[in-house]
Write a protein that binds this ligand. Structure first.
Ligand SMILES: Nc1ncnc2c1ncn2[C@@H]1O[C@H](COP(=O)(O)OP(=O)(O)OP(=O)(O)O)[C@@H](O)[C@H]1O
Ligand SMILES: [Mg+2]
Length: 252
């Protein structure tokens, strides 16, 4: 009986909090988030009691040295991973205690990921890679194909649609990965060092793309060291050893 009322109360508090976050235009909220990795007796505190907020339409840059925990933090925010403790709200949903199946569904339509190492499916062509998330979300085949063709053309890859990932250059793979991230038109784009290890021309193309995205209705959270991307930021979070060491809000 007592447990029931506590549970009811916490659900009530939760829905009130979600309403308050939405009212204030807060799209992502992390509260005291912890992610540890245990290797034998050794514990790496990859994300160590982090709290942050991302506003709707904000362009947020997370920067910091290698091993700081940037990728781990992005994965937690996007629901690719779950924290050991703490709470994460993303687009009005408490994702921190969701099971894997619900997280997969959540990610499909709510977050587009651009990974550090592209993460394309090696046995699928560029076009099929872009169609994959649309297929999972139940879009009909023709629509999937038309949208994949359109997105690949926008990425200047109209003539690379039938190529497998190994037949594409690094920059081309990254552009396929960006098209895939846009496939279900998610409100939040999470990008992990999207211009790292790319030639100048492709890096510039990707920077221009993010510049365009900034003026769209997307919310962007990006881990990067690239000064040209940092320049676009509304909020810069400096991260080291799993902690936020500085938070800068830039008024435009
Ligand atoms: N799966 C894992 N198992 C164990 N330790 C991990 C795992 N993933 C990350 N770590 C550790 O967590 C810490 C944070 O890693 P993370 O990849 O988030 O850093 P990063 O800031 O993205 O670094 P980089 O700039 O090199 O990409 C590192 O010390 C790393 O060794
Ligand atoms: Mg990383």
């Amino acid at each position: 009986m007592k447990e029931d009322s506590i549970e009811e109360n916490s659900e009530f508090d939760d829905s009130n909090l979600v309403k308050e976050l939405t009212k204030q235009g807060i799209l992502v909220s992390c509260i005291n988030v912890v992610k540890n990795y245990e290797i034998g007796d050794f514990i790496v505190k990859a994300v160590d009691n982090v709290s942050l907020e991302v506003m709707e339409n904000e362009f947020v840059v997370i920067k910091g040295p290698s091993g700081a925990g940037k990728t781990t933090l992005l994965n937690l925010i996007g629901g690719l991973d779950s924290p050991n403790s703490g709470t994460i709200y993303n687009q009005g949903v408490k994702i921190s205690d969701m099971d894997q199946e619900s997280l997969t569904l959540f990610r499909l339509v709510n977050s587009g990921f651009i990974f550090q190492n592209y993460n394309l499916i090696s046995t699928l062509t560029a076009e099929e890679n872009v169609m994959f998330p649309m297929n999972l979300s139940g879009m009909n085949f023709e629509e999937q194909r038309n949208r994949a063709v359109k997105l690949l053309k926008e990425m200047r890859l109209g003539d690379r649609r039938e190529h497998l990932p190994f037949q594409l250059s690094a920059g081309e793979q990254q552009r396929v990965a960006i098209a895939r991230a846009m496939a279900n038109d998610p409100p939040v784009i999470l990008a992990d060092e999207p211009t790292a290890n790319l030639d100048k021309k492709t890096s510039q193309f990707i920077r221009d793309l993010f510049k365009d995205l900034k003026t769209s209705d997307k919310t962007i959270i990006i881990a990067t060291h690239d000064d040209d991307l940092i320049e676009l930021a509304d909020q810069i979070i400096s991260f080291d050893e799993g902690k936020i060491i500085e938070e800068k809000h830039i008024s435009n």
